[in-house]
Design a protein around this ligand. Structure first.
Ligand SMILES: O=C(O)C(=O)C[C@]1(C(=O)O)C=C[C@@H](O)C=C1
Length: 413
């Protein structure tokens, strides 16, 4: 009997998070069929079902998916919140990608999703009654009574203006693993020390979904409290690969999912400033500059047709600097320390045929790099990156990159 191989989608839980909403949106659109030969050798096909698995933190989301892929034949997916258009990268997800690099783990990005995010300030019914007193509703001035507001650091950042304008300067901002966890924790009072929610007035920032009776039944005191109207978070759906055959199957099925021909791929590249020898310096940036034939430094160097087709989409760099990237153990970083001072993530787009060539099993890592970009000297890399950044209005300063470019994942557009 063939096993039924369900697809397991790991997401940042508990239910009520934005990640959960994205997972629910994705599931009806993920159709995976599998063909196999039955006992009598007859070809059959079956649909694979998607199971949702809530995880406690972003890190556990990825780790859970990794472990499942390693231990079983199941299709293992992890949904990572990746970046927000007002508050920037989701540090934990970037950290995970960085660590996946540092080790030998590989994964594919098989889909992306953009979720418009509108945050609400939520409290329990008891706290709501206490805040409003005899009035019909809670007013903005009542927020001065709040002692604590908790949420995922991204949500706190996305609502920083509201917090600054309407909450006490000494309010305790508690960082939780997710917005859903923050909402759930309001219900788990009294907390340690026996404090009741009424002695220490607590609120959380989370999705309005958490007001539903079958979620956490919280009360929304203010809605739409994020800094910017078009607040949007981008999620990446990653699959932890088990073998090339399954990869191909996934591509086919993803084609079905998007209902359009897959003709372009996107890659994320990772550059780091450390541990690099001159020989290994190369950049995807430079390959994108192939059209710069008028530049004497570059002319005549471009001989590989594959690189013609590459388009840079963006380059990200965190502003946080860690003391020593080498000392950062996998379990060792936190969002606030950050490891991204030394690293850059860049995204580029490439045609499917070129990508196929680059990614083909036979292509060794070294050749792959060559196909993508030529080795260049450090100074040229720096200039190429600077030029790119100046053209794209990026407002961070690029000190120095010694680059190690590695392929992180790919997905289809
Ligand atoms: O905490 C959640 O609800 C999440 O799904 C995480 C997350 C994030 O990490 O960016 C997702 C969307 C919002 O930007 C806020 C939080």
């Amino acid at each position: 009997m063939p096993d039924n191989r369900p697809i397991v989608l790991h997401y940042l839980g508990p239910p009520g998070t934005y990640s959960h909403q994205v997972s629910l949106d994705l599931v009806p659109n993920l159709h995976f069929d599998r063909t196999y030969s039955d006992d009598k050798g007859k070809r059959k096909s079956e649909s694979l079902k998607v199971a949702l698995k809530p995880c406690k933190s972003i890190r556990e989301t990825f780790k859970g998916a990794q472990e499942l892929a390693a231990q079983s034949n199941l299709f293992s997916l992890a949904l990572l919140p990746f970046e927000n258009n007002s508050n920037g990268p989701v540090q934990d997800s970037y950290g995970i990608l960085h660590n996946a690099f540092a080790s030998t783990s590989r994964f594919w990005i098989v889909a992306e999703a953009y979720l418009p995010v509108s945050h609400s300030l939520l409290v329990t019914k008891e706290v709501w009654a206490k805040l409003k007193g005899d009035k019909e509703q809670v007013e903005l001035s009542d927020l001065q009574k709040l002692d604590q507001t908790s949420s995922h650091p991204q949500a706190l950042g996305q609502c920083s203006k509201f917090i600054k304008e309407h909450m006490r300067a000494d309010i305790h901002l508690h960082e939780s693993n997710s917005t859903g966890e923050a909402a759930q924790q309001l219900l788990n009072l009294p907390s340690e020390g026996g404090e009741s929610s009424l002695e220490r007035l607590r609120a959380c920032i989370a999705s309005k979904v958490c007001t539903k009776a079958d979620v956490y039944d919280l009360v929304e005191i203010f809605g739409n409290i994020q800094n910017s109207n078009g607040n949007t978070t981008r999620f990446l759906l990653c699959r932890l690969p088990q073998g090339i055959k399954q990869d191909q199957m996934f591509v086919e099925n993803y084609q079905k999912f998007t209902n359009k021909t897959v003709d372009r791929c996107r890659f994320i590249y990772h550059l780091t400033e450390k541990n690099i020898s001159d020989n290994s310096l190369f950049t995807f940036m430079d390959s994108v500059r192939r059209t710069d034939v008028h530049d004497p430094d570059y002319s005549g160097k471009y001989t590989d047709p594959v690189t013609l087709d590459i388009k840079i989409r963006k380059v990200d760099r965190s502003t946080i600097r860690s003391n020593d990237l080498n000392n950062v153990e996998e379990e060792d970083y936190t969002c606030s320390e950050g490891i991204w001072g030394y690293t850059y993530l860049a995204e580029m787009e490439i045609s499917q045929s070129s990508a196929g060539e680059i990614m083909s099993k036979e292509t060794s890592d070294g050749k792959r790099r060559k196909l993508i970009a030529e080795p260049i000297k450090f100074s040229k890399l720096e200039r190429a990156v600077e030029r790119y950044l100046s053209e794209t209005d990026a407002n961070f300063h690029l000190d120095k990159i010694e680059s190690k470019v590695q392929l992180l994942g790919r997905w289809y557009v």
